[in-house]
Design a protein around this ligand. Sequence first.
Ligand code: GDP
Length: 330
Amino acid sequence: MKSALITGVTGQDGSYLAELLLSKGYKVYGLRRRTSTQNFENVQNIKDKIEWISGDLTDLASLIEAVRISQPDEVYNLAAQSYVAASWPQPIATGQITAICVTNMLEAVRIAKPDARFYQASSSEMFGKVVETPQKETTPFYPRSPYGVAKVYGHWITVNYRESFDMFACSGILFNHESPRRGLEFVTRKVTDGVARIKLGLQKELRMGNLDSLRDWGFAGDYVKAMWLMLQQDEPDDYVISTGEMHTVKELLEVAFSYVGLNYEDHVVIDQAFVRPAEVDLLLGDCSKAKEKLGWELEVGFKQLIHMMVDEDLKRVEAESRYNQFVYAT
Ligand code: GDP
C-alpha cells in the first residue's frame, strides 16, 4: 500500500486530494497544527480515514518526525497562507509560511525519506504582471503581492532541491481553482455565497473590489488529479495547470446572479476596501504540456463550476438560516 503525507489537508485542495488518494488505496497521513479549535469541515466525511500527525510547518523537528512516522512514498506540500489580499497586512508571516516553510518541508524529506516524491503547490500568482499571454512553464515571473513573491521562492527552492539533491520534486503551477470548499474570502465563493444570501432574502447588497480583472478559473477536484499525475511520471518536472479560458469578475457575477434569476447590477456595490494595492490584471494558462505529458484532462467548465457552487451555497445558507430560526425561537 502506498502512503502519502499531505500538509494543508483540511483546506480545499488537501481535502479533494485526500479523497482521491484514499480512493486509490493510499494510506493518507495529514499534518495537523495544534490549535484550540479545529476546522474539519472539508474533511468531515473522511476524517476517520486519515492518519493525523501533529506538527507545525515552522518547526523542522516536528516535520522530520512526521516524515519518519509516515514513511511516505509521496509528499504533497499544500499548506500556505494562501489568500493574496491578506499578504499585504501580513507580509512577514506570509513569507515565513508560504516561502521558508517549503524549505522546512524539503529538508524534512531530504533528511528522513529522500526518495519520497515531493509536490509543491506553486501558483499562477507568480506570473503577476504578466510578461506574456498565455502563461506557460517558461514564462518569466513578475509577482505582484507578498504572496506571489513568497510562492516564487517556494517554486525555485523546489527546483533547486531537485537539481542539488536529485530529489523527485515537482512544482505544479496551478491557476485559480475553486469549488464549494473554497474559502469564503476568495472572489468566486464570496460571490456564490452572496448570491445565495441575497436570493434567500438574508442580505441585499454585495460589496466588491475590482470587477475588471481576468482569471482562468477551474475546478479544484480536476486540479488535484494533476498533482497526483505529476508524481507518477518517470521524471520530476514542473507543469502549468489551467483551463485556457479567462473571464472577468463581472462575468462571474453575471453567471452567478442570473442563475438564480437576479441581476448583479441591482446588488453589487464597489467598495475601495476590496481594491488591492497592486493588482494582477489577467491570468490565462497554457496547459498543453500537462495535457500532452500527463494526459491530464479538465472535466468541469466555468459555468458548470459556478452553478455547482451557487447550488451548494443555497443549500448550506438555507440550512444555516433554518437552524438560526430554530435556535432563536426556542
Ligand atoms: P487571487 O487571484 O488568488 O487573488 O484570487 P481571489 O479570488 O482572491 O481574487 C481574484 C480577483 O478578483 C482579483 O483580481 C481580485 O482583485 C478580484 N476581486 C474583486 N473584488 C473582490 C473581492 O471582493 N474579494 C476578492 N477576494 N477578490 C475580489
